[in-house]
Write a new protein. Sequence first.
Length: 181
Amino acid sequence: MDTDLVIQAQGGDEEAFASLAVAAGDRLHAVAHRILRDTDLAEDATQQALLTIWRNLPQLRDPARFDAWSYRLLVRACYAEARRTRHWTPGLRLVDTDEPMADASASVADRDQLERAFRRLSIDHRAVVVLHHYLDMPLPEVADALGIPAGTARSRLHYAMRGLRAALDADARHVSREASS
C-alpha cells in the first residue's frame, strides 16, 4: 500500500481515502467472502470495515502497517456479521453413483465437499485459514492481523485443518455407507 496515500488520508484527505478504498475494496471483499461464505454478508462486512477504517485511520500509528490493520478491522467486521445473522445451511450431501464421473464433475464434487467442510469451521478458524492459505500470509502476520498471539494463530490453524480433515473423512464415510446400502 502507498504509505503517502495513507498519511494523506489520515490527515482527512477524502480523495486519498477514496483511492485507498478502491485499491483495498476488492481485496477486502474477497477475504470477507472466503471467511463468511456469503456474498451479501461479505459486502456488509466490507462496507463496515471501510467505514471503521475511515473513522479510525487518524489513530493508525504506523502507516506502513495499513494492510495488516485493515485485515484486522475486516475480520472483526466479519465476526460481527456472523454473530448478527445466523444462517440455516442445508446439510446436503453428494450421493455417489456407480457410474464413473467425468473429470470436471469430480472437480465440482471435490469443491462442494471442501466447501461443506469449510462451512463447519468456526469463524475464528476460517479467518486463520483464509489469511494464511488464501493470502499466503506467514503465521506471525496472521496473528498480527487478527490481534492474537502467534501461538494462538498456530493453534487455530492446526485445529482448523484437523476439523477440515475430520469433516471430509466423515463425508467420505457417509457416502461409502450409502453406496454399500
